[in-house]
Design a protein around this ligand. Structure first.
Ligand code: NDP
Ligand code: MG
Ligand code: MG
Length: 341
């Protein structure tokens, strides 16, 4: 059984007695910084000159410095820029500002697991990774709850790295929900697999094919949208509450029987084999290498894929429908149809 920590297992005063730099003020950055600040932690934000997030961070009452100055001032540096730029940011602005006794923190193990970042001696390397989008991390905290976190220690130079990570997790609200201990390797590989094979990659393409099959057979796109996309949330909510079993308990007998006889026709053992291939590419660093090489040459493949996927007809139908119904509240910094993040 995995080790799980709650509020009583973490001492908030540890992080309250350190000085924290949050590097980046995006999805995770704003949530960590505001939650820590509200937990009585001394936080500053590190951003590039001319960063578009600067005004937002300042408007929310946070002190913004250059990345180098923030790293120099702080002794716990949480790196929350996108994964593909972390190594460059680290080498240019953070590495030389680290001293013995400092700690570098991550919310995902990618750069440590695949060796793009190497910490100097005497520096703790730890992870506090919320298992939810940054906007949920902030929203739940404000509601008095928390999003579960994973914690991991890669380098325990101080001998206190786990207690420090748990204290940080308490500061962002994670121990209110529960914090599971893992390793950088396990977190990185399982996180990439989950998002590629099931949550993002698997689900998106399953929904797109379902939509294509119905519309190509002459059904109205609006009906297809409801059947294969909109209702997904209701099903997923039931799964999160009580597993696949609760979902099957709640749906009609017709739907449940159809699940058993038709599900395995669509998702057959060959899908599992291809999932194993995806996992192997993650473990061998093949995926990381492809992603980082594309990023290094300007993210051309990434941009092409994003543009192509955005043109899928389900997006047009969805945009139209969502504007006609009143159920969706979008996040303030997401603009429909631009993939702006
Ligand atoms: P975002 O894409 O939201 O981060 C954007 C921030 O990084 C902005 O402040 C941006 O500045 C800054 N930034 C972008 N490029 C650079 C650069 N070259 N140099 C300096 N700063 C830069 O990141 P996420 O919050 O999505 O991810 C951060 C980390 O958290 C990653 O390790 C990710 O894997 C992990 N994570 C993310 C989750 C999520 O909910 N998104 C969930 C769990 C973990 P500007 O304003 O100037 O653009
Ligand atoms: Mg991920
Ligand atoms: Mg139905």
């Amino acid at each position: 059984m995995a080790k799980i920590y709650y509020n009583d297992d973490a001492d908030l005063s540890i992080i309250q007695n350190r000085s924290v730099a949050v590097i980046g003020y995006g999805s995770q950055g704003h949530a960590h910084a505001l939650n820590l600040r509200d937990s009585g932690v001394d936080v500053r934000i590190g951003l590039n000159e001319g960063s578009t997030s600067r005004a937002k961070a300042e408007a929310q009452g946070l002190r913004v410095l250059s990345i180098a100055d923030a790293a120099k001032e702080a002794d716990v540096i949480m790196i929350l820029t996108p994964d593909q730029v972390q190594a460059q940011v680290f080498n240019e602005s953070i590495k030389d500002n680290l001293e013995e006794g400092d700690a570098i923190f991550f919310a995902h193990g990618f750069n440590i697991r695949f060796g793009y970042i190497e910490a100097p001696e005497g520096v703790d390397v730890a992870m506090v990774a919320p298992k939810g989008p940054g906007h949920t991390v902030r929203r739940e905290f404000e509601a008095g709850r928390g999003v579960p976190d994973l914690v991991a220690v890669e380098v325990d130079a101080s001998g206190q790295a786990l207690q420090l990570a748990l204290s940080y997790a308490k500061g962002i609200g994670g121990t209110r929900a529960g914090v599971i201990e893992t390793t950088f390797t396990e977190e990185t590989e399982s996180d990439l697999f989950g998002e590629q094979a099931v949550l993002c990659g698997g689900m998106s393409h399953l929904v797109q094919y379902g939509f294509e099959v119905l519309t190509e057979a002459g059904y109205q796109p609006e009906i297809a949208y409801f059947e294969v996309l909109h209702e997904l949330k209701l099903i997923v909510d039931l799964m999160v509450e009580g597993g696949i079993a609760k979902q099957r308990w709640s749906i009609s007998d017709t739907a449940e029987y159809g699940d058993y006889v038709s599900g395995p026709r669509v998702i057959d053992p060959s899908v599992k084999e291809r999932m194993q291939d995806v996992l192997k590419d993650i473990q061998d660093g093949v995926f990381a290498d492809r992603f980082m090489k594309d990023q290094a040459s300007g993210g051309k493949e990434f941009a092409e894929l994003r543009a192509k996927e955005e043109k899928h007809p389900i997006e047009t139908t969805g945009r139209k429908l969502r504007s006609l119904f009143a159920w969706e509240q979008t996040d303030e910094d997401y603009t429909e149809g631009t993939a702006a993040r």
